[in-house]
Design a protein around this ligand. Structure first.
Ligand code: SF4
Length: 348
């Protein structure tokens, strides 16, 4: 199994309920950014650049919870900035879990060891640790030595304490796929439960343009990665992977992954900022969705970002017959290497 059973069941019930009520556009994963401050300055990160003037701003826990409640997505991805420097994070996590949501806590891993005691392991909560390569490469990407080692120590401590842990890796133009294969093999020896993989995406705020790939380059990279990726417990859906390899087209469904931060609901997506709305309702109703996507907005031309296309497997208008079966089969089966079942057994 790729995901905890409770998450799969909750997601299926939520999607079924929306469909029964004839709702076509709805969120699946809310990206909650309680702050944009970070202890690192990663080369590919747009947040610390785009939100430079409000980098010290923070949402209150109450603002975060009101947004979680209004949005209603069953999964909340807490990101930033570095969320583990948000002072009220333990309370925020407890409150969101109390609402029976599922959480991915996206972190650079530098504070896991120090702050682990503030959290309780549960099948609703993943530490999602950012790793873009082995030690030398990752430290270069995050522009600081020692980050890889501390993140690995954090992963080991979290696994020893019984937490679910996954990793997220961004593939850049210069990424050596053999090194990513080595990384995933290594993470398996640490008992990591799953991996998210996504191509790098070019934020307007990021000036280092040469690290990003064109659509064709993304496809070439992911075609050559197919074999080793299939050996691992990827949390990236098979339909999104088909899109990344160029085997099918998908329509952007950015509303499936809405982002809320100290300025409001970021419209239209994780990448482009054409405005912020104070409420989720206004974000959904006032964003001119028909104007975005490939062929409609030049900024979308090379975008294959997970936040725009991962939900398309479930929400997209161009779903195919058999997609649901494919997703179910993928979810229920995992490569031999997957340690998730044993992690979950210890949480039950
Ligand atoms: S295609 Fe990409 S950049 Fe354009 S709206 Fe969708 S997610 Fe945003």
């Amino acid at each position: 199994m790729r995901f905890p059973l409770r998450m799969t069941v909750d997601l299926a019930k939520y999607i079924g309920g929306k469909r029964l009520r004839g709702i076509e556009r709805f969120p699946l994963v809310m990206m909650l950014e309680p702050l944009h401050a970070c202890n690192l300055t990663c080369t590919g990160c747009g947040r610390i650049r785009e939100y430079k003037s409000t980098i010290k701003d923070k949402l209150t826990v109450e603002q975060c919870l009101a947004a979680v409640d209004e949005c209603g997505a069953p999964i909340v991805s807490i990101c930033g900035g570095e969320p583990m420097i948000y002072p009220d994070l333990p309370r925020l996590v407890r409150e969101i879990l109390g609402r029976k949501k599922h959480i991915y806590l996206c972190t650079n891993g530098m504070f896991i060891r120090k702050k682990l005691k503030d959290y309780q392991p549960t099948s609703r909560f993943f530490f999602n640790v950012h790793l873009d390569g082995m030690e030398e490469t990752h430290d270069l990407c995050v522009e600081r030595k020692g980050v890889f080692r501390e993140a690995i120590e954090g992963i080991k401590a979290a696994k020893d304490a019984g937490f679910l842990v996954c990793t997220n890796t961004t593939i850049f133009k210069q990424t050596n796929l053999n090194e990513i294969a080595e990384l995933l093999d290594y993470l398996h020896t640490l008992g990591v439960d799953g991996h998210m993989i996504s191509p790098a995406y070019s934020y307007a705020a990021v000036q280092t343009r040469e690290i990003f790939m064109s659509r064709e380059e993304v496809r070439e990279k992911f075609r050559s990665a197919t074999q080793f990726l299939s050996r691992h417990n990827l949390m990236t859906s098979p339909i999104y992977l088909e899109y990344l390899r160029g085997d099918r087209e998908l329509m952007c469904t950015a509303w499936g992954n809405p982002t809320y931060n100290p300025r409001g609901w970021k419209s239209p997506c994780y990448l482009i900022t054409d405005g912020h709305y104070p409420t989720f309702k206004e974000f959904m109703e006032s964003t001119p969705w028909e104007k975005y996507g490939r062929g409609r907005d030049p900024r979308c031309e090379h975008c294959m970002v997970h936040a725009g296309y991962e939900p398309s497997a479930v929400l997209g208008a161009n779903r195919k017959l058999g997609d649901s079966w494919k997703m179910l089969k993928w979810n229920l089966t995992s490569p031999q290497a997957s340690p998730l079942s044993s992690s979950l057994n210890s949480l039950l």
